[in-house]
Design a protein around this ligand. Structure first.
Ligand SMILES: *Cc1c(COP(=O)(O)O)cnc(C)c1O
Length: 404
């Protein structure tokens, strides 16, 4: 738990609304001598910056790994979106996570993490941090706050949450879990990639740090790999900033530009992802070939009330189980025309995938099935296409599959 009072002071000064911040923060036109009044910040490719005096960088920049104007513009915007004081941009989501763990952990420390964590995060914890650096990891079913509480030990330093999880869309109560770390030297991290700050703001619910894969909804166009960290504590920020520069895991100026541009439409994209996902979830729920739909926006969803409490929308991700064997499930996926059969998520285009064979194949079959990732589970990242086209595509795939 880190300095929360500062965060509150910052909110008072936060006068712009989300959509306005998403468009303007970081790209305020600067009118200075020799400037050009750009409305869109240039892509600053310069690796180094000249200074007038030996002992002082004239405009605050010295070398682009340490600080770059385009990346800094993005970092300011990222902070504003999560109501945070600081933002940091990295070469990928897992690069952000690596820097976070390197900065804040040492051998012998303990992490508590949500059970069905993003596969890349789990691999990073299990190989690099557990095997090489002897960091202990406990995976818990974070749907129950008491499971997290029970796992806390004297060496626990991080509680790492993902809500909703991937691909089962399980939620955990960010506020309640943050409260049980109160007064302890434990940092609560939330991977907010699935909801984006538009629908969920973990820092306002009591978490200390937010991480993102900007590759997903923040950039939103499936054309850049990147990661981000947002937080408000000065001391932790200094440590992260030091490790960002020291490890060099930075986002490039061109990718920073892409993410700055993507974020401008985040609000309207998220609204449409959400609207389309609700329609698809309802369609699937009423389909005779579908056994179960995992979407927090459905009234039938076991954690629907928690979703309403801590999220302002339900997002564009869902998964569902069809009443079919593996062969038919494959056929269904291969029969789609608009949905691309692909990993990743959060872009404007609809993607569909088979977790057991694709994103979650690293989990042994037995363990996977126990979790609910069966051979007939399918995950969708609902895009922002016309909803009738999307439903027709699913409908045709169901028909073609059952005819065979
Ligand atoms: C994609 C993803 C990551 C990793 O991000 P990369 O940009 O692929 O490195 C982390 N967490 C979640 C929830 C993700 O979806």
């Amino acid at each position: 738990m880190i300095n929360r009072r500062r965060k509150k002071d910052l909110f008072k000064r936060n006068i712009m609304k989300f959509e306005t911040k998403a468009i303007h923060i970081g790209e305020e036109p600067k009118f200075k001598e020799g400037g050009s009044g750009d409305v869109v910040i240039p892509i600053h490719l310069s690796s180094t910056f000249a200074r007038k005096k030996v002992d002082e960088p004239t405009y605050g920049y010295e070398y682009s790994r340490t600080g770059n104007p385009t990346r800094n513009a993005l970092e300011r915007r990222l902070a504003a979106l999560e109501d945070a004081k600081f933002g940091l941009a990295f070469a990928s989501g897992v690069a952000a996570e690596t820097v976070l763990c390197l900065s804040l952990l040492k051998s012998g420390d303990h992490i508590i993490a949500s059970g069905d964590l993003y596969s890349g995060t789990r691999r990073l914890f299990n190989t690099v941090f557990n095997q090489n650096f002897e960091v202990e990891i406990s995976y818990v079913d974070a749907r129950e706050v008491k499971n997290v509480k029970k796992a806390i030990k004297s060496n626990t330093r991080l509680v790492w949450l993902e809500t909703p999880t991937n691909p089962l869309m399980r939620l955990c109560d960010i506020k309640a879990i943050s409260e049980i770390t109160e007064g302890k030297d434990i940092i609560v991290v939330v991977d907010n990639t699935f909801m984006s700050p538009y629908f969920q703001k973990p820092l306002n619910l009591g978490a200390d740090i937010v991480v993102h894969s900007t590759t997903k909804f923040l950039n939103g166009h499936s054309d850049s790999i990147g990661g981000a960290i947002m937080l408000s504590d000065d001391k932790t920020y200094s440590a992260l900033k030091f490790y960002q520069n020291t490890t060099g895991a930075i986002l490039s100026p061109f990718d920073s530009f892409l993410v700055l541009r993507g974020i401008k439409t985040l609000a309207i994209r998220m609204e449409k992802h959400n609207k389309n996902a609700i329609r698809i979830a309802e369609y699937l729920e009423s389909h005779p070939k579908v056994k179960r739909v995992n979407y927090p926006g459905l009234k039938s969803y076991p954690q629907h009330n928690l979703a309403r409490k801590q999220m302002s929308g339900f997002g564009g991700m869902l998964s569902f189980e069809i009443d079919a064997n593996l062969k038919e499930t494959r056929a269904f996926l291969e029969n789609l025309k608009i949905f691309a059969l692909a990993e990743s998520l959060g872009g404007v285009e609809s993607l569909i995938e088979h977790p057991a064979i694709m994103t979650h194949s690293y989990i042994p079959k037995k363990e996977r099935e126990k979790m609910g990732i069966t051979d007939s589970l399918i995950r969708i990242s609902v895009g922002i296409e016309d909803i009738t086209d999307l439903i027709e595509d699913l409908d045709n795939a169901f028909k073609r599959t059952t005819q065979k």
